[in-house]
Design a protein around this ligand. Sequence first.
Ligand code: KG4
Ligand code: ZN
Length: 325
Amino acid sequence: MILSIESSCDDSAIAITDIKTKKLIFHKKISQELEHSVYGGVVPELAARLHAEALPNILAECEPYFKKLKAVAVTSTPGLAVTLVEGVTMAKAIAVALELPLIGVNHLVGHIYSLFIDKPTQFPLTVLLVSGGHTQVMQVKSLTDIETVAKSMDDSFGESFDKVAKMMGLGYPGGPLIEKLAKNGDRKKFNFTIPLSQSPLIAFSYSGLKNAVRLAIEKTSEEDYKDIAASFEHIASAHLTQKLKKYFKTTAPKTFAIVGGASANLYLRSQVEELLKPHNAKLLLSELKWCSDNAAMIGRVAVEMYEKNLFSAIDELSSSPRSKL
Ligand code: KG4
Ligand code: ZN
């Protein structure tokens, strides 16, 4: 079995995955949403302190599996520098104490493998990753053949929901709160501009839309928030589908997946489904519980890395806030 640790942002999680069957044996996650909610976003130092409390408590529950462990895996990149190091340090301590090899996992690859928890992998895939830290399109041929073909130039999709929710004083994380508010809103009421719609670039940008929403909030009253939320959600999703449509003209997908915390958004899912229809492409989605950060997806990648002997020496593995992907 492999023990895997996730601490790249505001979720402390540990999983145990069976190497042979690739089945998830144990998973526990302690989220810090409540603690960060008052600040309207993640406070890195607070997150690090909370990981230092939560991770040892979860690890204690894994003790019955210690004798069966063959490796210890950890998210080593990308994420918040001060929170990544909590998980990496714990993984190194376990590796030394139990004499186990170490596996450093890329969090973005983890999100891709959230599609395959308790399932066999299915490649090639065109993947849209939408999370709090990332908005990017990747061509995935295998574990080690992943190419990023488009990414955000500034804010991410999920982050823009968090910021809009903060402007409305709704709390954190903003994605589910905005989605709920938008349900009863008029998507056409506020005519926000789709970002980069005149640009030939296949890239994303959310800072301009965020500022347009800020101006709308300043000019209106709370009664309009549901319409602002609905119009914002519509344009934020339309930006993704417009760029994807352009990209599909040269590279039509056979199998398409949406992963990451914001892939839970039902409006985005429905818009992407529409977009895929003319291409007869299949849409893969993670189970809702595996969309947001978790250690099961890190364990799923680790099993594949174990089979390919992709280990890291203890003095080589370091956490890095920026990913190569
Ligand atoms: O993948 P994740 O848990 O963490 C990162 O790796 O960033 O994603 C969290 C992000 C947050 O920005 C959150 O607001 C967003 O995903 N999110 C959503 C929804 N649920 C979570 N955004 C839009 N709609 C949702 N339903
Ligand atoms: Zn994530």
